[in-house]
Each structure stands twice: as C-alpha cells, then as structure tokens.
Design a protein around this ligand. Sequence first.
Ligand code: DC
Length: 234
Amino acid sequence: MSNVRKNRPNGLIIAIDGPAGSGKSTLASRIARKHGYLNIETGAMYRALALKAIESDVSFDDEDALMRLAQDSVITLEPRLDGNRVLLNGENISERIREKDVTDAASRVSVHPRVREWMVGLQREMGEGGGVVMEGRDIGTQVFPNAEVKIFLDAAPEVRGDRRFKQQAGAAPHAAVTKDIRERDQRDRTRAASPLQPAPDAVLIDSTELTLDEVIERVEKVIAEKLGKTVASG
Ligand code: DC
C-alpha cells in the first residue's frame, strides 16, 4: 500500500497558500472538484470570528475576549461546487462575511497567536484524513507542514487589486480596492504569528501573467508527480 493511502485514507492533502486576490479560492475549488476532494477555505473561519466580534462589539485587539467568542462559536464550512457555505452557530453567513468591514476585521483578529492555535486545531481535524484542498495563508507552514502537495500562489499587487475590483463589480473604486489589498497583505505578511510566507518546500506559482487554466495545469503536474512518486515508493 502506498504511504499516502496508509496515512490518508481519503487521498492527498493539498495546501494552497497565498495573498488576497492571488486566485487561491478559484484554483482550490477547481482542483477539489476535479479530484472529488473537499475544498476548505480557512479564511472563512477567521471571517466568521471577525463577524462575531463585530456583532458582539468586541475589540479586534482583545485576544482574551476573542477567545471567549471563539469557544462560544460553532463555525461550519460546507463545501459546495462554487465555494464554501459558511455557518456561524447554524446561521448562514456566507454572503455577509465577504463585506469590507468583515474583510478588514478578519485580517486583524487573525494576528493573535491563541486565535490562530484554535483555528489550526479545527483545521487539522477537518483535513487530517486527506482528500482535501485547504486554502489559506499558513496551511503549508503550520496547519499541515507534512501536506503532500504545497502550492504558494502569488501575483503582482496591481493584478490582484484588478481581479478583486472586477469580482466586486465596481462596489468600490479601483484605487481603494488596490490600497486595501496592499494594507491587508502588509498585515498578513508582517504579523509575528505565522506570517504569510511560502513553506520551504512549496511550489511557487506567480499567476501575474498566467490564465487560470495555465495555473491549474501547473498544479495538476505537481499533483500527478506526487501521486506517481508516492505510489512508486510506497
Ligand atoms: O483568504 P481570506 O481573504 O478569506 O482571509 C481573510 C483573512 O484571514 C486574511 O486577511 C488573513 C486571514 N487568514 C489567515 O491568517 N490564515 C489563514 N489560513 C486564512 C486566512
């Protein structure tokens, strides 16, 4: 039996990390669909806690209070073809958590080490059996350092801003969207706890000049190689 099949009864763990607007979510859902894997958007969990903090009037800087909220929350991710349906204590918050106030707050609540530890514990429970594409910022470095496939997807900030702008169908001016992305990046990349950075063994893909299909093709090659190698050595 191959090592993968022994350790991961349901298939590989595929970790996809990268900054906002790099195309992670679309890539992850396409790869998951192709392989019949679960697609888990970990950013949605930070967003859910951020929403709870907003609704409860808890400061994004108050780690103790955020931890109390976290322990009081049941965050459920239901993988669907077009992304995750997100429930907070049973309530569907999938749309609300994409709004700007929650997006900014998520980047702030995610700096706290104990909040991260709590999230990472849940994420490991969800993914450890394998058969999963998990996307976020620290999947290859912290959540599953032993993931079979690690992709770090990046793109130039202007291009990421442009993609977000188009996704939001002009809800905010272009310059404002790009500025927000840069600020969020800066916070995600420079925080002390698990900053956004590629794992040493991640495959780096810069999607600035690539189409989605070209990115998928590269990732599929990495997956095929991994499956081939693992089966051969198992
Ligand atoms: O991927 P996203 O835009 O939904 O993530 C929202 C915020 O959550 C982002 O600013 C950084 C944080 N995050 C994180 O720190 N670690 C993850 N694994 C996923 C997201």
